[in-house]
Every structure is written in C-alpha cells, then in structure tokens.
Design a protein around this ligand. Structure first.
Ligand code: ATP
Length: 287
C-alpha cells in the first residue's frame, strides 16, 4: 500500500475560560470560548513498508515514542479500524509545547483526520471527535476548529460565529507550566471572580470585536500569573501598546493580545523581541 497526506495542526487560544465545577472523577467542568489560529504544526503521514508507527519531529524535548499524542491518536484509530499497515508521522513543530496552545492535542486531531482520509475509513466528524476525547479533553475541539463554545470537560461543543477580523500577538515566556498543577492550585482558592462568558457570546454574535475583548477573562490566570510576573508584564506591555485586551491562554504561560490595528501589533512584536525576552513570539490571526 502506498500513499501520504499532509495536514496542518492549528494552535488554539481561549478567549474566555471559566471553571464551573469538578466532576466525580476529578475532571474540571469548564466553560470556554475557543479560537483556532493560523499558527500551526505541519504533519506528514506516510504509509510505510515497515510495520508499526514511527514518529519524527524537528524539535528537541518532544517525545518521539508512544508518549507523543500523535502516536496515541494513530494507535487508537488504527486499532479501532484494525489497520495493520505501517505508518510514519513527521511533525514540523511551530506551536510551543506546554504553552496553553493545545499543540499536542492539535497534532493528535490532525492525525485522526489524516488517517481517516488516507485509509478511506469514512468516519464522521462526530465519530472522530469521540475517538479524540479518549486522548484528551481538547482534542474534539481541535478536530472542530474555528470559534466554538466548549463545555463539560471541553467536549461539549457549540459552533459560534467567527471571531471578527483581528491581529493576534502571542508571547510564550521561556517557562513551562503543567496544566494539572494549575487546576489543582485553583481548587485551593475558594472564592474568585468568574468571567461573564454569556456576555462574550452575545458580543461574538453581534460581531463586536471591542465587546468580545472587554469580556475576556481566564480564571487560571489567578494561579499562573501570581507565580510568574512575566505574564502580568506582557499583558501590560501589549495593552500599553494598542491591544484591545491581553490575556493568558489556557493554563499558560502564553499571553495573547488582540489588535484591530496591524501596525500596533507589529510594533509590540518588535518591542518584546528587543527586550531579550527569551521566549517565542508569533504574530498570527484567527482561522
Ligand atoms: P493544552 O493547551 O492542551 O494544555 P499545552 O500547550 O499545555 O496544551 P502541549 O503542547 O500539548 O501542552 O504539550 C504538553 C506536553 O505533552 C509536552 O510537554 C510534551 O512532553 C507532551 N507531548 C506529547 N505529544 C506532543 C506533541 N505532539 N506536541 C507537543 N507536545 C507533546
């Protein structure tokens, strides 16, 4: 058997992130507004003569074995559909890892879609999303993409109107954050302010970019921002330089700023780059 398929695995940000409770099994219940970005990893899947799943990746520090979420996705769908062919998966990484940008989940989502096409499995998007949920709570969204409301543990998804055109600056400080730790620490804080996700949904529905930005909020900032002063500094710097608003994505530490004015976004990019920032910077947009 021969064949190959190339796919993009897009990063995501959370325009809003609220925690509404904890499930009996310990998973957190969330209410999140998700937005995928043009920033993406490139995934190339090839059918090979050799049996098994082989992962290659151009970035150090990313597991190249069964711990890689792309491997887990391939194994899951191939076991499910009893595919015995060998495959190789090459990942060209652009999305920083452990950043709150769902890089690993997005690679897994792309692999599920890719193998579905490569082997003509004809699984529906819903079926792919159900498989994806076995890998991680963000994977179903990474299959759906664009602007969406995520509830439950992240798997109950509602399509929303597209985010109005804007420029998105991402700055990932040179530190890694463990998502699990952040949620555990949030549990220790008894009372805190919640973002008004419903008002953000109304603003999205009106196509009101300023309204959307004014409703941005992420309860996980309470934990990560208090531990890493870089996050507050980046937010301030973006807002001082023309961002409509700036916030941390997911459990962090990536900070994003939303701009209607591309020149201001570019200027902020240059200011951060010149600061000996030590992290990764991207100027991108919702897609
Ligand atoms: P989320 O927004 O879902 O919390 P994240 O940005 O915090 O995601 P990932 O980029 O998914 O985190 O990576 C978390 C860890 O998962 C990494 O430290 C890495 O060791 C591991 N990992 C496994 N597979 C991948 C992959 N394909 N790409 C990146 N990291 C991966």
């Amino acid at each position: 058997m021969e064949g190959e398929i190339a796919l993009e695995a897009r990063a995501k940000i959370n325009l809003g992130l609220d925690v509404t409770g904890i499930r009996e099994d310990g998973y957190h219940l969330v209410k999140m507004v998700m937005q995928s970005l043009d920033l993406h990893d490139d995934i190339l899947i090839k059918i090979t003569d050799e049996a098994g799943i082989k992962i290659s990746c151009d970035k150090e520090g990313i597991p190249k074995d069964e711990r890689n979420l792309a491997y887990k996705a391939a194994k899951l769908i191939m076991d499910e559909k009893k595919i015995s062919a060998g495959i190789s998966i090459d990942i060209k990484k652009r999305i920083p890892a452990a950043a709150g940008l769902a890089g690993g989940s997005s690679d897994a989502a792309a692999v599920l879609k890719g193998i579905n096409e490569l082997f003509d499995l004809a699984l529906s998007q819903k079926e792919l999303m159900e498989l994806g949920l076995k890998i991680g709570a963000d994977v179903p969204y990474c299959i759906m993409l664009k602007t969406a409301l995520a509830q439950g543990i992240g798997e109950k998804l509602t399509r929303l109107k597209d985010l109005p055109k804007c420029h998105i600056l991402l700055a990932k400080p040179g530190l890694d954050v463990k998502t699990m730790d952040v949620y555990k620490k949030l549990d220790l804080i008894k009372d805190y302010e919640h973002p008004d996700i419903d008002s953000m949904l109304e603003a999205l529905n009106r196509g009101d970019l300023e309204g959307i930005c004014s409703e941005m909020g992420n309860v996980l900032e309470l934990v990560t921002e208090s531990e890493h002063k870089e996050i507050g500094e980046l937010k301030r710097l973006m807002k001082d330089n023309g961002a409509l608003n700036a916030m941390m994505s997911g459990s962090g530490p990536t900070v994003f700023g939303i701009y209607s004015d591309e020149e201001k976004a570019k200027k902020t990019y240059d200011i951060i780059r010149e600061k000996d920032f030590g992290g990764s910077l991207f100027l991108t947009y919702g897609r």
